[in-house]
Design a protein around this ligand. Structure first.
Ligand SMILES: [Zn+2]
Length: 392
């Protein structure tokens, strides 16, 4: 499902400001629509505007309408900036769906807006005491409302159509609603090596069944000490292909998109606008830098993780692991001084540039890696994810 994404603070504030009124109340949001392969992936909300009392032509507890002059100004601004417009209104007395009156008013508005600001997706957002419900303007195409922050706020609980007994024991931990969230979100894993394959295994066991795996590498014999799902005969195969087969063994119903590609490519990174959560399991500083920016710019919550074992000459001097969530309100990797600028520069070079760079001599030494440490970090990361989406 496409998304209407706001920061969680923005969503909470909007809800409390509008729902405190006993009459239906309106607001207008402006945002950027992001399309991936011609399909709307998300609208990212940036700003809100709150009409004054005199901007309403009608306003009761069951009906609301804005004056055409006000709407005209909104549309003019959106046209200038090629922005998405999101018309917000409340149902103060918990009718948790768009009404027939909403349908009629909205389709008129959609015709007008699509003429004046064409080729940009617009939306309607309904706030009720129980839910935040959105759709593409003038259509029945639902948008999932998502507030992005340390905790992810979902606008509405996904439809409950049956519960699979295999998840019984964890439903006893975070409930049917939590399980339905896991089963309805799309998760991207960037890098399916030691930590990524461990994260994948846990997510599929949890019931996440819509996944995008991104990794350009093939399996080497030296990966077999830690790569979940890989057998000796898989050496030479693409990591994402082996990971996909492994995930489908755990849950044959899982839908896996395997991309033999790198997020260093802009189009590949941008395709992550069409996922709900990203795990950054790459050891590339370049990819990290890109995903770090992406998380905040596109409001895609991301967990970055890594393990470093320092063992010069086979003697361990220290071991460090890090699991960090990247979302509005939380420190990014640049804040934490966790990006090595020189390493980022090297990772972002083309092959040709790297070969001819006078500061890069030969291949780097392979880094040490131990399965138990990778799995520990993967478990912490998945637990952090569960806390963010279902509150474990
Ligand atoms: Zn309504």
């Amino acid at each position: 499902m496409s998304r209407l994404a706001l920061t969680s603070d923005f969503l909470s504030t909007l809800r409390s400001n509008l729902l405190k009124h006993e009459k239906e109340t309106c607001a207008v949001l402006y945002g950027r629509a992001v399309e991936i392969s011609g399909k709307l992936a998300r609208i990212i909300v940036r700003e809100s505007e709150h009409p004054q009392a005199n901007a309403y032509s009608e306003r009761t507890s069951v009906r609301v309408q804005l004056r055409p002059e006000f709407v005209a100004e909104v549309v003019q601004r959106a046209r200038r900036n090629k922005e998405s417009v999101i018309f917000v209104h409340t149902h103060p007395f918990s009718l948790n769906k768009f009404s027939a009156i909403d349908d009629a008013g909205e389709s008129e508005l959609a015709v007008f807006l699509n003429q004046r600001v064409p080729e940009v997706a617009h939306a309607a957002l309904l706030l009720t005491p129980e839910a935040s419900i959105a759709r593409e303007l003038g259509t029945k195409k639902p948008l999932r409302v998502v507030g992005v922050g340390e905790r992810i706020l979902y606008g509405d609980t996904p439809v409950r159509n049956g519960v699979n007994i295999r998840y019984d024991r964890q439903i006893r931990t975070f409930g049917v609603a939590g399980q339905k969230i896991l089963e309805s979100i799309r998760v991207g894993i960037v890098g399916v090596g030691g930590t990524g394959s461990s994260v994948l295994q846990q997510l599929v066991h949890l019931g996440v069944r819509d996944l995008v795996l991104i990794d350009p590498d093939t399996i080497e014999e030296t990966n077999l000490n830690r790569l979940f799902g890989a057998k000796p005969q898989d050496v030479g195969k693409f990591k994402v292909i082996v990971a996909e087969a492994w995930a489908k063994k755990i849950n044959p119903a899982a839908k896996i998109e395997a991309k033999r590609d790198s997020t260093l490519k802009a189009s590949v990174a941008r395709s992550l606008a069409d996922v709900d959560f990203v795990f950054c399991c790459t050891d590339s500083h370049g990819s990290r830098a890109i995903l770090n920016q992406f998380a905040y710019q596109y409001l895609v919550p991301t967990i970055d993780m890594g393990v470093v074992i320092a063992a010069p000459a086979g003697k361990v001097t220290h071991i460090a692991g890090r699991t960090q969530m990247l979302a509005p309100g939380l420190a990014c990797l640049a804040c934490g001084n966790l990006l090595d600028a020189e390493q980022v520069r090297r990772d972002l070079l083309t092959d040709f540039e790297r070969r001819t760079d006078p500061y890069i001599l030969g291949e780097p030494e392979p880094a040490p890696a131990v399965i138990s440490l990778n799995s520990t970090m993967a478990s912490l990361a998945v637990t952090m994810f569960l806390n963010a989406v279902v509150g474990v």
